[in-house]
Write a new protein. Structure first.
Length: 488
């Protein structure tokens, strides 16, 4: 009736339609009885008692309806690194994208080609020094980490980005690395990512994954507040006001056909439009990568990461995104919106990121010369100040402008950028120059002073020195007068 051949599901799935007899004849309805594999039937005999929640969630899922039982997902080969014998079956706890790919090859391929599946690669990055050294220590000792690992990384970074799962004797999983559903988790079978980062087990439902809260587990907070931004936007407001009309349970979920009220994160970044299919590569609709210090074209960063989507240019990605917008908005409205957004990117980059980075490099040269072997990144306040300027405030302003959140663009974005650039960064640089006028770093300090002078004297910043040009002063005066006239 049904067979597994080389991991491919073939044959007929028979569903028995039974009529449930109930006391009320009108309530009698056809009910599908799942025809589960022998192995899965056995799992259930115990697990419907030991894990009622898992059993119930699975029982409500589409998988249940399609006869996909516990064993179909948890089965393992004896040779798998994390396989263990369990009541007569060989299984593993981890069900990796490779396991799901037996039935969902397209979704897995798209996901594997996306930044999401690569998010675990940050584990070796320079940022990681923050969690491992600056914030943390190596006090968490487990069999997998006899020399210890930072509990800040385990409970923080890894829970969003993913751990590298370590398997102990007998298929047990190391406590530092599991539980973990980080989106770029590195699995024992070598595959990258975790599908249950978005599809909560054991319901594995599209409806749940389409909701903004789903993405908000990771896309939130001071350095990438996308869920806060969304909730502030007209889109978020309309979504919350009309959630019941969103048709979230529909198997086909095409914007402009199956729902109209508002887009969710999934609508814009993943779901189908009348012309575009669903994609599990969330990068294919974004032109700019706003994570680095400077906005970078997304296909250029993809090339650096060796992703096949490097071939899809920023302009093509913009067209893809606009295809979503025009399912609801006019083309001219959409075009103008993107002009507004990109102007903010230019403002940020010209006024803060470019000079800020040059000043940081010059300041670091002073510190390295002055401190010699005792220099350490994040060993002085200026490292935190610059880091927060681009990594927190600078990203917030960009992310908020891209998704229509004026408060995050301004008060949490450009306002904070200005406050910290002029109120913290410049004074800290001046202090550094003063402290090093004499001594081993005098040459580097002089170079920093010259650069700071140039930056503050430039058109973007000279207001700070009270040096607006005559034309600029006249323009400001004119605006003030017009304002007063209008509201007299
Ligand atoms: C005879 C009863 C029984 C059967 C049959 C059974 N299990 Fe279990 N299983 C258990 C119990 C009890 C636990 C909890 C053990 C524990 O707490 O360490 C467990 C634990 C597990 C775990 C978690 C292991 C871990 O280390 O976190 C998984 C996954 C699992 N079972 C899957 C299955 C699958 C899949 C099947 C069918 C192929 C199955 N079980 C069959 C009783 C059973
Ligand atoms: C569609 C695939 C799928 C099916 C069907 C499935 N599981 Fe799972 N299960 C998973 C995934 C994915 C995880 C999380 C592991 C991971 O992140 O790799 C998991 C985790 C678990 C865990 C450990 C997590 C915990 O909360 O303790 C247990 C136990 C478990 N499953 C039991 C079962 C049982 C029992 C059934 C059948 C009633 C079942 N699973 C059906 C995919 C599946
Ligand atoms: C709340 C979940 C969460 C935590 C905790 C977290 N990150 Fe992230 N991180 C993200 C998200 C989401 C992004 C992508 C943001 C975006 O696209 O705007 C990201 C982006 C990054 C990037 C940029 C990747 C790129 O493509 O340029 C690095 C590096 C990074 N994180 C490192 C870390 C480190 C190291 C830690 C711990 C010290 C950490 N993150 C903690 C969610 C998290
Ligand atoms: C970033 C979140 C996210 C991750 C990670 C994710 N999915 Fe999805 N998935 C979704 C969303 C959202 C939908 C609903 C798309 C729509 O609107 O129809 C979906 C839909 C699906 C569907 C229904 C058919 C379809 O393509 O629409 C399948 C099957 C699926 N995902 C499998 C997977 C597998 C397998 C993985 C792991 C490789 C995975 N997903 C990882 C968000 C995610
Ligand atoms: C043995 C085959 C098989 C495996 C393995 C499998 N699935 Fe499925 N999955 C299916 C089938 C069949 C359906 C369609 C059910 C339907 O439409 O009624 C489905 C549907 C889905 C859906 C769409 C549910 C919805 O609400 O529309 C998601 C999401 C999903 N699977 C995720 C996963 C993930 C994640 C894994 C791995 C952890 C996985 N599946 C493993 C066969 C499988
Ligand atoms: C478990 C954490 C997590 C969840 C849940 C999550 N993301 Fe992400 N997302 C990340 C991380 C981490 C990155 C950065 C990856 C990198 O470049 O290293 C990222 C990057 C992205 C990017 C940038 C992709 C690119 O190519 O530059 C987009 C867009 C995105 N996510 C959208 C979504 C959407 C939409 C959802 C929900 C449907 C979602 N994410 C759910 C963690 C998550
Ligand atoms: C109305 C459509 C829309 C909605 C809704 C939406 N986004 Fe976006 N998102 C965009 C656009 C447009 C961009 C910028 C694209 C570009 O730069 O070309 C973007 C950019 C992003 C990025 C890239 C940030 C980076 O660092 O480069 C991430 C991550 C992201 N969105 C996640 C989300 C999440 C999570 C949600 C829901 C909480 C969401 N988006 C809701 C349209 C949307
Ligand atoms: C599902 C339909 C839908 C999609 C798709 C959609 N929007 Fe919207 N958008 C709306 C609704 C509804 C509003 C609220 C209109 C109002 O203010 O009354 C809105 C509001 C806006 C606003 C605020 C306008 C204002 O006057 O404050 C902007 C800007 C915007 N959308 C841009 C976009 C962009 C850009 C995209 C594509 C990346 C997009 N939208 C995708 C439905 C949609």
């Amino acid at each position: 009736m049904r067979k597994w051949i080389g991991g491919v599901f073939v044959g007929l799935v028979l569903t028995v339609t039974a009529t449930v007899l109930s006391g009320n004849a009108w309530a009698a309805a056809p009910v599908r009885e799942p025809v589960l594999s022998k192995e899965s039937q056995k799992c259930i005999t115990c697990h419907r008692e030991t894990n009622v929640n898992i059993y119930q969630q699975w029982g409500k899922s589409k998988h249940y309806g399609a006869n996909i039982g516990c064993y179909e997902c948890h089965q393992a080969d004896k040779g798998d690194a994390d396989a263990f014998k369990h009541n007569g079956a060989t299984i593993s706890v981890i069900v990796s994208p490779k396991d799901c790919s037996r039935c969902h090859a397209r979704e897995v391929k798209e996901f594997e080609e996306s930044h999401h599946s690569k998010a675990g690669r940050i584990l070796g990055s320079l940022d990681n020094v923050l969690a491992e050294v600056v914030e943390g220590n190596s006090g968490m000792v487990t069999p997998g980490f006899p020399k210890g690992v930072s509990a800040a990384a385990v409970n923080g970074c890894w829970q969003c980005h993913g751990s590298q799962i370590k398997v102990l004797k007998g298929g047990r999983l190391d406590a530092a690395t599991w539980p973990n559903s980080g989106i770029g988790r590195i699995n024992p079978d070598g595959s990258e990512g975790s599908c249950s980062a978005c599809h909560q087990r054991h319901s594995f439902s599209s409806a749940q994954a389409r909701q903004p809260e789903n993405c908000g587990k990771c896309h939130m907070g001071p350095d990438h507040p996308q869920i806060e931004v969304y909730n502030e936007s007209k889109h978020g407001i309309n979504y919350h006001a009309n959630k019941d009309e969103m048709n979230l349970d529909s198997s086909k979920w095409v914007v402009g056909e199956d729902y109209f009220a508002a887009p969710t994160c999934a609508t814009c970044h993943m779901s189908a439009t009348p012309d575009m299919p669903v994609t599990h590569n969330v990068g294919l609709r974004i032109k700019w990568n706003n994570r680095p210090v400077h906005p970078k074209l997304a296909h250029e960063t993809d090339a650096k990461w060796g992703l096949p989507s490097a071939a899809i240019t920023g302009d093509q990605r913009r067209e893809n995104m606009e295809n979503v917008c025009v399912a609801c908005h006019a083309q001219g409205f959409t075009d103008n919106f993107f002009i507004q957004y990109e102007a903010l990117l230019d403002l940020y980059d010209e006024k803060y990121a470019t000079p800020g980075e040059q000043l940081y490099n010059a300041a670091t040269a002073v510190l390295k010369r002055a401190k010699g072997n005792t220099y350490a990144k994040f060993g002085q306040m200026i490292d935190f100040t610059w880091f927060e300027l681009w990594h927190h405030e600078g990203r917030r302003a960009r992310h908020a402008a891209s998704m229509q959140a004026p408060d995050y663009t301004h008060w949490h974005g450009t306002y904070e950028l200005a406050k910290h650039f002029y109120g913290k960064y410049v004074p800290e640089l001046e202090e550094l120059i003063e402290a090093n006028r004499q001594g081993p770093a005098a040459i580097e300090a002089a170079a920093l002073e010259k650069l700071l002078h140039e930056v503050l004297g430039s058109p973007n910043h000279r207001w700070y020195l009270g040096q607006l040009s005559d034309a600029e002063r006249a323009e400001r005066e004119l605006q003030r007068e017009e304002f007063l006239k209008r509201y007299k």
